[in-house]
Design a protein around this ligand. Sequence first.
Ligand code: GMT
Length: 376
Amino acid sequence: MKLKIGITCYPSVGGSGVVGTELGKLLAERGHEIHFITSSVPFRLNKFYPNIFFHEVQVNEYSVFQYPPYDLALASKIAEVAEREQLDLIHVHYAMPHAVCGYLAKQMTGGRLKVVTTLHGTDITILGYDASMKNLIRFSIEQSDVVTAVSHSLVEQTHELIQPDKDIRTVYNFIDERVYRKRDMNHLRREYEIAPEEKVLIHVSNFRKVKRVQDVIKAFALVQQQVPAKLLLVGDGPEQYAMTDLVKQLGLEEKVLFVGKQENVEDLLSMSDLLLLLSEKESFGLVLLEAMSCGIPCIGTDIGGIPEVIQDGENGYICALGDIEAVADRAAALLQDDVLYHEMCQKALQAASERFGSAHIVSQYEQIYRDVLGMS
Ligand code: GMT
């Protein structure tokens, strides 16, 4: 049966926004009617779908408000759209503030609207430590009809930190395999003046402190002493300037390319040989999956959901947080062993399509919707 589904996420760049938007697109391709209720058009909604609708949450900055009331405007918009369009459910990404808004909208519409909440991490792993927020996060989780999290690790962390009286199901993230696939990007390598014998290491993030981009740069400094290599740093954020300084201090200006925020990351991944994600907090690490789907192995830290995505020694490596030498040793050895490298690339591709295949994950969400609506 075709459903009418509302989706609320942060529409700007970020893993949760990507997953929320891609989910809407794939559900629409399965015939469901999708209503995005967001503050702007989700950046990944880059194609026209006749059964996808966008409802803008407008936050008015009346002088009477000291702070623009995004949450209240969103709750009110969800309630309005739910009533008018007769939504079956609203799927919100992030407990804070979106599950709270979903709860309010449900109350405003007489309790009929089902609320499905997906936890992505930052709200739990950061706000969960804030005593003033904890009770509200717990409330929003307990009041949701169904709660999912993007890794087992996040489920465990949520139970430890927030202690909600609620079952939380793991539904892994997915990517659109039609976009993230290996392409021939030799021309791009030439444009970046990367010599044929040079290996390309890549890191993609929002350059927040938790991403520990300094560890990526320091590990690369060791790798390039053993293997001719370049490092592509993709993204932008608060640590950008400090990282530029570090690269200068290490005398790596010729070897580290800061390419800033990019739309077509699949092209950059396709021209790379290895991805590094050395975060200290990471509930899943969507970029790992994007890389694996483009056929490149990854090295990540033993943090959060990363070891659920990278199978250590199979399709990449897991190293202890901050162990830069171990990262460099693994990377240099892998990049110098063609047989091992190609085996890992194959296994990375296989894991991306088998364990995290979009058709399989979207079906899990559909089943959750049917269950919550009492249809199964
Ligand atoms: O990593 C970020 O800073 C962005 C953040 C977000 O809200 O989009 O990412 C979180 O959700 C992603 C999608 O589920 C996960 O892949 C990221 O691991 C998670 N980030 C953290 O847990 C720090």
